[in-house]
Design a protein around this ligand. Structure first.
Ligand code: GLU
Length: 477
């Protein structure tokens, strides 16, 4: 059984890159009927941000990326949290010390500072404490001298295979005797991560490609414990339009911010599915269920993907189009009501009209602003090349329409439709020659969210006649 885990650190808001890792991790498990686990990696207490775990949890819930197991929290599965598992890591580190795969290091901060290469700002540990004998180690431990536990990097090279990036070999001389347990007793991320992945029987480790360079050290840990190495799936970087790495610290691409701007969770999820993965055909709009069926690690790209807000905006519009009318009305009702003061108009109908014409709900007021008050417009609005409308023939159409509509009692869409099309037939003109001038006179806009007949119904008889008369007056000058 495939088991994957999403292992975020609670260091602030959830950004696009985190969410994409969560999504791919989820899809890899679910595509094969496997299990998806959520593990909060909060071992770095310095970077811990209050409330960040809740943000992660809520974002995943909103996106439908629910995890399959975890400690019981009020009848739901909570996430696994590394800080609550603190005891287990020390035991494994000591086990490595005993098998001579790791060692206690009592070096002071001051001593370590002297080893730092200031130019490159890196510290390559000189293995000073590797040569301590058992007696010296015991004395230090008995005296409660602060210590860390370091991994012994053996000589030679390390080779591992990544699903996307292929086989990678690294010279062990380039790897540092990394710290496994810090002086505060907490395991480092690098250590806890390996222990947990093993204990949680994770089969596929899915994470950002920034972890590729640390993977040899993880591999050496698996080897030191004689544990099975998981399958690695490293994901390509996500960059900005200018090619720079997206970064949570710079506030780029926070999922909450995007939702606050009016992006729909489904649109965000769909868009990011394609940020580093492509389907075998050129389908773009996918539900989570569809993605689960077709997702395949072989189609994950190696090269960085550029985050494109314009494309995301397009997806948002597509999701409004797809949305069920009642569901959309729930989102739009307040804003539609606030946009149209006329009590008589059918807000549900207006909501249906704008649904397929917006990328954001906040665009609705502008689309509907002509209903309460006819905007100032010029007679150019009547000229449409394709429809062959001119100021002259528009005037004729409006005059004819005015007469018919004056005697029209029933202003419901069906009846208006019959009356207007009967007139078109009688005049022996093309539909556009009547409908375009009518629409222009009624809306005063180059484009409106609906056609002439619907506009007549929405505005009602009195207002419609008033606007047509105004059009006639303007065109008669
Ligand atoms: N805790 C790491 C992070 O938030 C996750 C790395 C991993 O998935 O192994 O970047």
């Amino acid at each position: 059984m495939i088991r994957t885990r999403f292992a975020p650190s609670p260091t602030g808001s959830m950004h696009i890159g985190n969410l994409r890792t969560a999504l791919y991790t989820y899809l890899i498990a679910k595509n094969k009927g496997g299990k998806f686990v959520l593990r909060i990696e909060d071992t770095d207490q310095v970077r811990f941000v209050e409330g960040a775990t809740e943000i992660i949890y809520n974002t995943l819930k909103t996106m439908g990326l629910l995890h399959d197991e975890g400690p019981d929290v009020g009848g739901n599965y909570g996430p696994y949290t590394q800080s609550e598992r603190i005891g287990s890591y020390m035991k494994y580190a000591v086990e490595l010390v005993e098998s001579k795969k790791a060692y206690y290091c009592f070096c002071t901060k001051e001593r370590l500072e002297t080893l730092t290469d200031e130019k490159q700002d890196i510290m390559q540990y000189d293995r000073h404490c590797l040569s301590l004998n058992d007696e010296e180690i015991k004395k230090n431990l008995d005296n409660n001298t602060a210590f860390v536990i370091r991994q012994i990097i053996p000589e030679g090279s390390t080779t591992f295979v990544d699903e996307g990036f292929g086989e990678i070999t690294v010279d062990n001389a380039t790897l540092d005797d990394q710290v496994l347990i810090k002086s505060d007793g907490f395991a480092t991320y690098n250590f806890a991560n390996v222990i947990d992945d093993h204990l949680m029987e994770i089969t596929h480790v899915v994470r950002g490609s920034e972890y590729l360079s640390s993977t040899p050290k993880y591999n050496l840990l698996y080897e030191a414990f004689e544990w099975k190495v998981p399958i690695y799936v490293h994901l390509p970087l996500i960059v900005n339009q200018d090619g720079a790495k997206m970064s949570k610290r710079r506030g780029d691409g926070s999922v909450e911010d995007l939702m606050a701007e009016g992006f729909l969770p489904e649109a965000i999820l769909n868009y990011i599915a394609l940020l580093g993965w492509s389907p075998a055909n050129n389908q773009e709009v996918f539900s989570l269920e569809e993605l689960t069926k077709v997702f395949d690690t072989k189609r994950i790209s190696k090269s960085p993907s550029a985050f494109d807000i314009v494309k995301l905006t397009w997806f948002n519009g597509e999701y409004f189009k797809k949305m069920d009318s009642d569901e959309f009305f729930k989102l739009s009702e307040n804003i539609v009501k606030a946009s149209v003061k006329k009590a008589c108009v059918d807000c549900k109908k207006l909501s249906d009209m704008v649904k397929s014409r917006i990328s954001f709900v906040k665009e609705i007021p502008e689309l509907l602003d002509f209903i309460d008050a006819l905007p100032e417009y010029s007679t150019k609005a009547y000229i449409h090349k394709k429809m062959k409308t001119t100021e002259e023939n528009s005037l004729i159409s409006l005059k004819e329409a005015l007469e018919v509509l004056k005697s029209q009692e029933d202003f419901s869409e069906k009846s208006l439709h019959d009356a207007v099309f009967e007139l078109i037939e009688k005049m022996e003109i093309k539909n556009g020659l009547m409908l375009w001038p009518l629409r222009a006179a009624l809306s005063g806009k180059e484009s409106s969210p609906c056609g002439a007949i619907e506009l007549l119904e929405i505005l009602g008889k009195e207002e419609s006649l008033r606007r047509i008369e105004k059009g006639i007056k303007m065109l008669s000058k």
